[in-house]
Write a protein of this length. Structure first.
Length: 320
């Protein structure tokens, strides 16, 4: 059965039937003109991402469930990077009329399963016919009484730390783009990010001065913090250990694995700055330091081992 056969409301009925999770934040879920979500903090953290087939995903590379996980993770990570706890997702699906209804159902399963990792649920959305398969997700979150961790707070003397996998998804993308399907660890990292959601609110409690999720590349995303905070950031290349499977894949493909680690995106790890005396758990890896702004750090404000990065683009840019 295709979405055209099911019709708009048949599609909506089949998809919402698979989103049956409950949450204390959701007072009214799918089925009315709008959902009703509680805001105990009286402030709402909100973020939106769009995934377009051929630009962000390929159906011959990833299952519908994988793509659902990815679409949800891209948004839920943004909430965590503000120090918030995700509460709800809104999803818009624009699809060709000949899309199999089972594909949309499996997409819903992936979205719901990824949201459940954070305690969030899918509360509604929209559908439309489109020649290009497109998924737009909006995430909502609660700060639980804390101030948001924004990009403008990094201070000279802070340490820079990363939590979560880094470089794995970029390696998986390169492997898939070369026509291979292994190593499985790296390919699966591209298909389904593993985001340390719980560490976002914990970083806020520890006094993180700034935070961002690594969606476009470590150097590019740290550049956003450097620019917003008017500081420089220096990253130590030797802070990172290249996993064996990544090293072997890089050798086989003739690429520098540090390009994946420093400039690859889609892992949605968290990068944050903390006062130098902060005691971090083993889940955080200290990778650099915050410096005063200077002419040398002008531009994106990020250096590697004290020098400008020369390994190519520091991250992803949709319009470059």
């Amino acid at each position: 059965m295709t979405v055209a056969t099911a019709g708009e409301f048949g599609l909506i009925s089949r998809v919402t039937a698979r989103l049956g999770a409950e949450s204390p934040y959701v007072l009214l879920g799918p089925g009315d003109d709008a959902a009703l979500v509680a805001t105990p903090d009286r402030r709402v953290v909100a973020s939106t991402d769009v995934l377009v087939e051929g630009r962000h995903f390929r159906r011959d590379w990833s299952s519908a469930r994988d793509i659902g996980h990815r679409a949800a993770a891209a948004n839920l990570a943004d909430i965590a990077a503000m120090g918030g706890r995700p509460t709800a997702l809104l999803v818009a699906l624009c699809a060709p009329a000949n899309l199999q209804i089972s594909w949309a159902e499996e997409l819903a399963d992936g979205l719901a399963a990824e949201a459940a990792k954070t305690g969030a649920v899918v509360v509604g959305g929209d559908t439309s016919a489109s020649p290009t398969l497109t998924i737009a997700v909006t995430a909502l979150g609660d700060l639980e009484g804390r101030e948001p961790v924004v990009r403008t707070g990094a201070q000279p003397g802070d340490i820079v730390a990363v939590a979560g996998r880094i470089g794995h998804a970029a390696a998986g993308y390169t492997i898939l783009s070369r026509g291979f399907r292994s190593p499985k660890l790296l390919v699966e990292a591209f298909r389904r990010p593993e985001v340390p959601y719980h560490l976002g609110p914990l970083a806020a409690r520890l006094g993180a001065t700034s935070m961002i999720d690594i969606s476009d590349g470590l150097l590019a995303d740290l550049g956003h913090i450097a620019t917003a905070s008017d500081v420089g950031i220096d990253v130590r290349r030797n802070a990172f250990t290249v996993p064996e499977q990544m090293r072997d894949a890089a050798t086989a493909l003739g690429v520098d694995p540090y390009g994946w680690i420093l400039a690859g995106g889609d892992d949605h790890a968290l990068a944050a700055t903390f006062p130098a005396d902060t005691e971090l758990s083993a889940e955080w890896l200290v990778v650099g330091s915050v410096l005063p702004a200077s002419p040398f750090t002008a531009g994106d404000g990020v250096t590697v081992d004290g020098r400008r990065y020369t390994g190519g683009a520091p991250g992803w840019d949709h319009f470059r």
